[in-house]
Design a protein around this ligand. Structure first.
Ligand code: GCV
Length: 726
């Protein structure tokens, strides 16, 4: 009897163990590591299942060509994930609910519908509910295969965000021709200002091994309409233009082609010397021009749909035409002439500022480039950062946006968060980019907004080899928002955030609303705790990790924080009015007048344009000093509130992603506090003013904050200075 009960107990425990481990397996199967991005395709709720099954019962579409195959495979993958089973395929609709996709050329069914696809252009699409052979169907049609693929992603997004799809009539075409990710990836696998691990391009195993991740990258880009990728860092290596690396790049281009993604390379201006054996890279030298022409021919032979070059020249130590007394136009035009016969373009960056120039750094790009307007080859695009300094948490729009009416311009934004807390701070950048796109240059009268001026958008990618691609789940939202805005710069950042949240996490309104609200306030929180009221470039030297408002000395003044804050015992801020650097004069007269006058300068740009005494009274009656302290503290409070919001949402998110976000928010709160305390400690050492009532003093001395040193902060390959605090 006793043996019997022991056996029973043993069996009982075996069952318990088996149950526990099967639950553990089930749980880990549900855990998500973020790899799927917004293309998760998890089963829809029962309430939607029947509804969606009725519009997705059959796939009718050609499989000619890799792009249509990609469209078919995405539909099959998504519908089996969302609805539990892949629809059957057929040549014509045989029942209600077919999805008919293709072009009038690839599909006789579509041709017979005689759709007006004029407005779709080359890349756009039409998604429309129609009747074919007396069956209800959804047609996803375009003039070109790539438009069909984009339309497929649009249709899937409707399902993923639980929109009704029974009566569709959606026509969409990109407003901007160039929608490009700029990777700052080096050939040694490091990424400049990258916070998501090593480069996703494994140059060592290319071209022989094509990681599945390359296809998934292209899928993610195509789902947003991104149509270009610059593979290499603008601080370029000439080696990327040698046959060995061109073959590796070609292998990536072969993967990307089906997804409409063209590759571009950064071009080092001195390449003719470094890999061409020439003695000069002078753009007016016939041998140099011939070298670039031959190089372009060679590239197009290997990569027939190569997009072109991105060039950083005569900027931060990079070689360029000015090394030979030539202009940016001379350099850019030489490259354009080499690429133009093949249809390629040059994206020439205007991020230039010179060591020798004593002028305000914010003015230098305009000074150099505005006079060159109209002098560029028509395959040259000038690429401008959103603001005149360098991707700060807040900058006014770049004055060149209004100053080059005869030159096509590309807006460059930074998706990777070099100046907004790296990967651990939750900062949704949609509102920041919307602010730039909305900015009115007034150059052709009111309403000449940046979005109306640009021909393309380039985003410095935040993508790396990390399993979750971007270093954190919420950083994926910035890749997403960039792509959506590049397709349609009129979109609103809150609507984009909502879509992303629904696709990435959950459609439950109890989750969606608080998370969107948290995202929408997150960038302003960073501005508050890092650089309130128009302050800028207050980060630690080189790494830009953490506060460094005291940074001074070193190789050049405009790489220091004191150059920008100009704080002393009397006051703070950079006078860019006529009494100072007069940077305001680079804007259209009405904008210049607005920024010149204290009364009309937006409060959030006050210290960008004005130097003011600490006791200056804002319209609210509060002094500048008190207001600064309030902003720093408000930033920390906002992050604390974000943490609280997230803590209440655990039940909506898988444990793996929930935990990482929670841990990163905790890091963000600590670092926001550090920013606030260090900044207040430094500025108080100059203002000698007491903190307003109720605001806690920094817990440590200024010397303590100044002594903090992080020689291995990420994103700054090659600069691991042990003297980083100096
Ligand atoms: C690629 C800033 C960054 C540099 C970057 C540069 C640029 O200065 O700190 O890392 O270099 O911008 O945009 O060229």
């Amino acid at each position: 009897m006793r043996t019997h009960s022991k056996q029973r107990l043993f069996v009982y425990w075996l069952i318990v163990l088996a149950l526990l481990s099967s639950q553990a397996i089930a749980r880990s199967a549900q855990a998500e590591d973020g790899y799927d991005l917004w293309l998760r395709y998890r089963p829809v709720e029962a309430a939607w299942l029947h509804r969606y099954q009725n519009v997705a019962s059959e796939l009718v579409g050609g499989a000619d060509g890799s792009t249509l195959l990609a469209a078919r495979s995405e539909l099959a993958r998504a519908l089996s994930g969302l609805l539990g089973a892949a629809p059957r395929s057929g040549p014509r609709p045989t029942r209600d609910g077919a999805i008919v996709f293709g072009t009038p050329t690839s599909s006789t069914v579509i041709a017979a519908l005689h759709l007006d696809l004029h407005a779709a252009g080359r890349e756009g699409y039409l998604v429309r509910s129609v009747t074919i052979d007396r069956h209800r169907a959804t047609v996803i049609a375009a003039n070109e295969d790539i438009g069909v693929l984009y339309g497929v992603y649009r249709f899937l997004r409707l399902l993923q965000t639980r929109e009704p799809v029974e009566h569709l009539d959606v026509m969409s075409a990109p407003q901007l021709q160039y929608r490009v990710l700029d990777h700052w990836d080096n050939l040694d696998g490091t990424v400049e200002r990258g916070y998501a691990g090593a480069s996703i391009w494994d140059w060592q195993t290319l071209p022989d091994y094509l990681a599945p991740r390359y296809t998934d990258y292209a899928r993610a880009c195509a789902s947003l309409g991104i149509n270009g990728a610059v593979l290499t860092n603008v601080n370029a290596s000439a080696l990327s233009l040698t046959p060995r690396y061109l073959n590796k790049a070609a292998a990536l281009a072969n993967v990307f082609r089906a997804y409409g993604l063209h590759i571009y390379l950064s071009a080092r201006f001195s390449a003719p010397i470094e890999i061409g054996g020439l003695k000069t890279a002078d753009p007016l030298d016939p041998a140099v021009r011939a070298w670039w022409r031959a190089k372009a021919d060679e590239i197009y032979h290997i990569i027939p749909d190569f997009g072109g070059f991105l060039v950083k020249a005569n900027s931060e130590g990079q070689p360029g035409p000015q090394d030979y007394g030539r202009s940016h136009a001379d350099g850019a035009n030489m490259l354009a002439e080499a690429l133009a016969p093949h249809g390629g373009i040059v994206m020439w960056r205007a991020f230039v500022y010179s060591q020798e120039q004593p002028a305000d750094r914010a003015t230098q790009a305009y000074t150099e480039f505005a006079p060159l307007d109209g002098k560029f080859h028509d395959h040259v695009f000038i690429q401008l950062k959103n603001g005149p300094i360098d991707f700060q948490p807040r900058e006014p729009f770049h004055p060149l946006f209004g100053a080059m009416p005869h030159t096509p311009l590309i807006l460059e934004v930074q998706i990777t968060k070099e100046y907004l807390g790296f990967a651990t701070h939750l900062a949704y950048l949609g509102p920041m980019w919307e602010e730039t796109l909305d900015a009115d240059t007034y150059t052709r009268g009111p309403g000449t907004t940046v979005r109306k001026i640009i021909s393309g958008m380039a985003g410095v990618a935040n993508i790396g080899a990390d399993r979750n691609w971007c270093g954190s789940v919420f950083d994926q939202a910035n890749w997403y928002a960039f792509g959506r805005l590049a397709w349609d710069p009129d979109l609103k950042s809150d609507a984009i955030a909502e879509q992303w949240v629904r696709m990435t996490f959950s459609n439950d309104p109890a989750f969606v609303h608080p998370v969107v609200a948290m995202m929408m306030g997150s960038r302003e929180a960073v501005v508050d705790y890092m650089t309130p009221l128009g302050l800028h470039h207050q980060m630690a030297r080189d790494s830009h990790y953490g506060p460094g408002p005291w940074v001074s000395g070193g190789p050049r003044a405009d790489w220091t924080s004191v150059y920008y804050n100009r704080a002393d015992a009397q006051g703070i801020g950079f006078d860019r009015t006529a009494s100072g650097s007069n940077a305001v004069a680079q804007y259209a007269p009405s904008v210049a007048a607005r920024f010149s006058s204290l009364g009309s300068t937006p409060e959030n740009l006050l210290l960008w344009f004005h130097h003011l005494p600490w006791d200056y009274r804002l319209p609210s009656g509060v002094t500048l000093w008190d207001e600064l302290v309030r902003h720093y503290s408000r930033g920390v409070d906002t992050v604390a509130a974000m943490r609280k919001t997230w803590a209440g949402l655990a039940s909506y998110v898988d444990a793996e992603r929930y935990t990482q976000v929670a841990a990163f928010l905790a890091i963000q709160q600590q670092e926001a506090q550090w920013w606030r305390d260090a900044s207040i400690a430094y500025f108080q050492s100059l203002s000698h003013l007491p903190l307003p009532k109720g605001y806690a003093p920094p817990p440590y001395s200024l010397q303590y904050y100044e002594s903090l040193c992080f020689p291995y902060a990420p994103g700054n390959p090659g600069v691991h200075s042990p003297t980083c605090g100096q």
